[in-house]
Design a binder for this molecule. Structure first.
Ligand code: SAH
Ligand code: SF4
Length: 353
């Protein structure tokens, strides 16, 4: 028996691939442009919205392609209503979560790059559940489009001001699909989202950082450091055994030299684990003189990790070491804790459907 042909997911195609598809159907060249602009400027969620296409073409598209594979299954809002978490089901039953955070003047979409994560960081809920699979570029982009559709003026201007690749998954473990998603979002004839308003956060995959440095793109880079000595970092972030600080830090320095872009270092503050004055001093020594910023995030609780968030006093002491060493740092607001949507709390298993 012949295996059934899988329908093409439109959001997985780049413009050339879309053009080739229409060409193979004998459609005129302008069709690809029309559909591309419907997908990424009109934010179409159905073929019916593509009213400028002949009905027969809409029917063929509906038969042979898919438009949108993310099905929202559950949604939670934080009690302050500033944070929304949405759980999406994918056609193969993998699940991913994305979060929209409202600040005064910003709306940041935090999106997933993998269903689960294989990096196994001990304090991270996603890491505790393991890797299901990589997401495709289209599946990554669709999370953004979902939030972008919500504004009444969505076909004119995106209501999202920032996109951070900080949901489930390690972006550089799914490098090609993540970069394809970045380029899709950035495309001036499509979604047209500024590269400088996107940030990719990595656990520190050295080959990924090197490749990223060579992309010649203005997307921001964040590196999850969490510890400034190898023994502690290997406990919190096991991939440190493969890419220890002696490999990671020179790679980040090289990235900065190549791109002239400021790097953020992420540091989840865990009481009496990595919030000691020794760690603060070691951190200051590691990053001194670098074009960087340290983001401190009090640990968000997860079921699989016993550590606690640092107290206010310990945070202040940690920061004062950084400040006297002249290391720029900020304490990140904790968002959406009550709906398990804070950093590292995205874990599909815990979500109710
Ligand atoms: N895999 C990438 C991006 C996703 S994680 C990375 O690790 O960088 C996004 C950020 O949340 C990372 O800095 C991660 O270390 C942090 N994080 C994970 N679990 C956390 C927790 N329980 N509390 C606070 N931050 C956490
Ligand atoms: Fe994966 Fe990042 Fe969580 Fe580590 S912190 S397990 S790399 S998602």
């Amino acid at each position: 028996m012949k295996a059934e042909k899988k329908p093409v997911a439109l959001h997985d195609l780049n413009f050339d691939e879309l053009s080739r598809l229409f060409q193979s159907w004998g459609e005129p060249a302008y069709r690809a442009k029309q559909v591309w602009s419907r997908l990424y400027q009109g934010l179409a969620a159905s073929f019916d919205e593509m009213s400028e296409l002949p009905k027969s073409l809409r029917q063929r598209l509906a038969q042979e392609t898919v438009l949108g594979r993310l099905t929202p299954r559950a949604e939670q809002r934080s009690s302050d209503r500033q944070t929304r978490k949405v759980l999406f089901a994918l056609p193969d039953d993998a699940q991913v979560e994305a979060v929209l955070m409202g600040y005064e003047r910003r709306r940041t979409a935090c999106i997933s790059t993998q269903a689960g994560c294989g990096m196994g960081c001990s304090f991270c809920a996603t890491g505790q559940s393991g890797l299901q699979r990589n997401l495709t570029a289209g599946e990554i982009v669709e999370q953004v489009l979902f939030f972008a559709r919500e504004s009444p003026i969505s076909n004119i201007q995106s209501p999202i001001s920032n996109i951070v690749f900080m949901g489930m998954g390690e972006p550089f473990a799914n490098y090609n699909q993540v970069m394809a998603a970045v380029r899709r979002l950035n495309d001036p004839s499509g979604f047209n989202f500024g590269a400088r308003r996107m940030t990719i956060s990595t656990v520190g995959l050295v080959p990924g950082i090197k490749k990223f440095a060579a992309e010649n793109i203005q997307v921001n880079l964040a590196v999850s450091l969490h510890a400034a000595t190898d023994d502690l970092r290997s406990k919190l972030v096991p991939i440190n055994k493969q890419y220890p600080l002696s490999a990671l830090l020179p790679t980040v320095r090289e990235y900065i030299a190549q791109t002239h872009r400021r790097v953020s270092f992420e540091w989840a503050l865990i009481e009496e684990i990595n919030d000691t004055l020794e760690q603060a001093r070691a951190l200051a020594a590691l990053v001194k003189g670098m074009l960087c910023h340290v983001n401190l995030i009090p640990l968000n609780p997860t079921s699989g990790y016993p550590g606690a968030a640092s107290t206010r006093e310990r945070i202040a002491a940690f920061r004062s070491v950084l400040e006297s060493a002249g290391i720029p740092n900020t304490l990140r607001l904790r968002r959406g804790i009550d709906i398990q949507a804070g950093c590292g709390q995205l874990r599909s298993q815990t979500s109710k459907v």
